[in-house]
Ligand binder design. Structure first.
Ligand code: ATP
Length: 298
């Protein structure tokens, strides 16, 4: 089985600050890391390191950041199919982190927003029924919906993380097999939280709904019922990429075992996300190949 991740790739600049600024404030900060990031790249890297064949389709510009992106992706077990846009800036994120482990992220989408549907779905011509298509919220509305419809035509399994959040995503549930939402996304897109949010997603056509609840753990819901899995106890230093590590690991865990999403996959995902939150940075904070293989063997 293969995973086609169709999403974004960025250069992440992480700046540590003492507290989140009020609107209008000027504050001092300290550059912590410059790292490969972007939700699409993050999830592709985690799945690749876990041992799943991982294909990343993402857009870049023709600037210095595209060189950073290419060279960092070349170090990863990911088949990167980058679509280059001349005259555009590659996407980047500015990430503010505070000493209590909180973060605020601004991501540009000049490149990701330019990806057309035909470029996005071209690699799916090689896919086989049952392969995964993994999406996040950085592409345009039409391209996001078009990819999901193409995946349905090809009998692929769709996994979706509606982040960054847009109201439009609430129209997509019938096209989604596996949805991963954090607390805020669940509340905004279902108007409710916890078990009620999970039930809303399942009633709308999602086969497996996973709600991640930060340090409180995660919930897995399907027509068969709901399971709550606690987070691993760890000192959170920087939560950037925790959700992507969680999603990538959960998908890899079940795909590599050839089973539907189960409690074991969520336990693997919690263990992997705990590693990510205990380190600074994005790609450099993710569990290594060896760490992921040990987690998936448990
Ligand atoms: P982010 O946007 O920071 O990448 P998210 O908002 O998408 O993350 P969260 O629900 O905050 O997602 O976290 C995802 C998973 O990461 C949680 O379900 C949990 O397993 C792990 N995690 C997050 N914060 C902590 C923490 N403080 N301690 C242990 N595990 C954590």
């Amino acid at each position: 089985m293969r995973a086609y991740v169709i999403g974004n790739v960025t250069v992440d600049e992480t700046i540590s600050i003492s507290a989140m600024p009020e609107a209008g404030a000027s504050i001092l900060g300290h550059e912590e890391t410059r790292d490969l990031g972007g939700k699409g790249a993050n999830q592709a890297v985690v799945m690749g390191r876990a041992g799943l064949a991982s294909i990343l389709v993402a857009a870049v510009g023709d600037d210095f950041r595209s060189e950073i992106i290419r060279s960092q992706l070349a170090e990863e077990p990911v088949d990167a199919r980058l679509v280059r846009f001349g005259g555009k800036a590659s996407d980047f994120s500015i990430i503010f982190t505070t000493p209590d482990g909180e973060n605020a992220i601004v991501t540009t989408t000049d490149s990701a927003g330019s990806l057309t549907l035909s470029e996005a779905i071209r690699p799916l011509a090689e896919s086989a029924s049952g392969d995964l298509v993994v999406l996040q919220g950085n592409l345009s509305d039409d391209v996001t919906r078009g990819i999901l419809e193409e995946a349905r035509r090809r009998q692929l399994v769709t996994a979706f993380n509606p982040s960054p959040l847009r109201r439009f995503f609430a129209d997509l549930w019938p096209l989604i097999d596996i949805a991963f939402l954090n607390k805020g996304e669940a509340e905004s897109l279902t108007g409710t939280c916890g078990q009620a949010a999970a039930s809303t997603l399942i009633s709308a056509g999602v086969k497996y709904a996973v709600l991640t609840l930060g340090g409180e753990g995660a919930m897995l819901a399907s027509r068969a019922g709901t399971l709550e899995i606690p987070a691993a106890t760890v000192t959170a230093i920087d939560t950037t990429g925790a959700g992507d590590t969680f999603m990538g690991t959960a998908l890899a865990s079940c795909a590599l075992r050839g089973v539907p999403l189960d409690a074991r996959a969520i336990r693997h995902a919690s263990a992997a996300a705990a590693v990510t939150v205990s380190r600074r940075g994005t790609r450099s904070a993710f569990p290594t190949k060896a760490e992921l293989h040990a987690i998936l063997a448990a």
